[in-house]
Design a protein around this ligand. Structure first.
Ligand SMILES: Nc1ncnc2c1ncn2[C@@H]1O[C@H](COP(=O)(O)OP(=O)(O)O)[C@@H](O)[C@H]1O
Ligand SMILES: [Mg+2]
Length: 451
């Protein structure tokens, strides 16, 4: 039985409806319940194949518990490691790197020094040049808000220099960002599940009182704008790796600027989002959780990561190219067929993780290994550590595999380009993992183009 758990705080509608919806689908071998925690023991797996985390941002104990659950094999949504690392300023930089417009933003040193620091701790910091900062972010109004935060806490709309300093003076030890104001004509808040596979775009009016912000009878949105937002939602969430997020867009002159997209426990209360949006999030979160539970494999890492992390680690990020070139269409409730395809896709990505987390040992040893390496280098030529290429540029070769290849004496594209079936077999025979990769990813063909 694969158990799905939900961890939550003050919410009173979404978690309960989510559990009910998963269970009412009667998927064989899958059940849902509120997470129940007793003793949290290091390295000990939980009963849950999947945990939906709605609260660890407020409860550090839960965050630590979730990381332990994750290393023991639970698929935690959202990835607690990534959420511990992410914040709004980095979010904006990532948006720029994947081609999503964001307001011009500057990071400000905190107004007050953090506890236990002195002036000496800031010797690397020059006096702030407010004129240049203001020139970059543009004309008033501008916005000042914490680089890591949410719930509209310490968010300031600033109309002049006096307000700027008055606001800054109130921020204490918070690290703030100063941001270009987007004087928007339209505003949207969007649910993005499973890195943008399921999208729901909601017209939103942030200037209304809370209970009227999700606009109920909005006029239809321009299809071109919708398609652009869908594309941006996929880019952002594939880059960041969030499985449950909201993204806000402020639209000015037809351009959607991403404003707030680090909300991995987004509001889903019925009284706040309204019945239709609530129904959507309950249904689609339930479907996603079921897919993750079905794809879950015991005894292996079941976390998902964004392309940013995958690329930094040198692992291939195959979906990146297609995501940046091609907007994905908005998805409705999955049919049986697409569900199977999605599970298959989830399984496939789990496989990549499986391979990359396997400790790699040489399987041949002693004279047999020496002989195999000699034969290998006999066929492709000797290389030298002093003249090495970045083998990680070959799709499918990460830092781990590069080091192994170097250890075998393979250092450059010239050598790799000469590999054929026999040489791939020799590499495979020397390794306990990564078998079949060279042939599958056509290292030689890739190396020919790279050299
Ligand atoms: N750069 C901006 N331009 C226009 N409005 C903004 C800008 N930044 C924030 N806002 C407004 O302030 C609200 C709160 O800011 P946001 O970044 O969403 O913070 P939080 O994470 O606390 O919700 C947004 O919903 C939006 O209405
Ligand atoms: Mg917000």
């Amino acid at each position: 039985m694969k158990k799905i758990g939900i961890l939550f705080g003050m919410e009173n509608t979404f978690p309960q409806a989510f559990v009910e919806r998963v269970n009412s689908k009667n998927v064989k071998g899958v059940t849902a319940e509120p997470v129940s925690i007793e003793m949290v023991q290091q390295g000990k797996a939980t009963d849950y194949a999947v945990i939906i985390d709605r609260i660890s941002q407020d409860v550090p104990f839960y965050r630590a518990m979730l990381k332990n659950a994750a290393i023991c094999g639970t698929a935690v949504i959202n990835n607690p490691f990534w959420w511990s690392a992410d914040e709004k300023f980095f979010n904006n930089s990532l948006a720029m790197s994947v081609g999503v417009p964001v307001p011009k933003t500057v990071l400000l040193p905190s107004k007050e020094r953090p506890d236990d620091t002195t002036e000496k701790s800031f010797r690397n910091l020059k006096m702030m040049d407010w004129d240049s900062i203001l020139e970059y972010v543009g004309s008033y109004p501008v916005w000042m808000k914490p680089h890591s935060g949410g719930g509209w806490k310490s968010v300031y709309k600033i109309n002049n220099r006096q307000e700027l300093f008055a606001a800054y003076d109130e921020t204490g030890q918070l690290v703030m960002m100063l941001q270009e104001g987007i004087e928007f004509d339209q505003y949207f808040r969007c649910y993005a599940l499973d890195k943008g596979k399921y999208l729901h775009i909601m017209p939103y009016e942030p200037r209304n009182p809370h209970h009227l912000r999700y606009v109920q009878d909005a006029p239809p949105t321009d299809p071109k704008l919708l398609a652009t937002m869908q594309d941006y939602l996929v880019r952002l969430n594939e880059g960041l790796g969030y499985d449950f997020n909201t993204v806000e867009f402020a639209v000015k002159d037809g351009i959607p600027y991403a404003i707030d997209f680090c909300n991995p426990a987004p509001d889903a209360e019925l009284s706040s989002v309204g019945q239709a949006n609530f129904d959507w999030i309950v249904e689609n979160a339930a479907n996603m959780a079921i897919e993750k539970a079905l794809a879950h494999k015991d005894g292996q890492m079941n976390l998902t990561w964004g392309n940013f992390v995958k690329k930094s680690l040198g692992t291939p990020a195959p979906s990146q190219a297609s995501a940046t070139q091609q907007p994905k269409a908005k998805k409705s409730t999955p049919t049986k067929k697409t569900k199977t395809a999605k599970v298959a896709k989830a399984k496939k990505s789990a496989k990549v993780l499986e391979i990359d987390t396997t400790p790699v040992k040489e399987t041949l040893s002693g004279a047999a290994a020496t002989k195999a390496k000699k034969t290998l280098l006999g066929a492709i030529g000797k290389g030298s550590a002093s003249k090495k290429d970045d083998l990680k540029q070959i799709k499918g070769v990460g830092p781990k595999l590069e080091k192994i290849l170097n250890d075998f004496g393979i250092y450059n594209f010239e050598q790799v380009s000469k590999m054929k079936a026999k040489e791939y077999d020799l590499v495979d025979s020397l390794l306990s993992a990564f078998k079949g990769r060279g042939k599958r990813d056509d290292w030689a063909g890739q190396a020919k183009k790279l050299k």
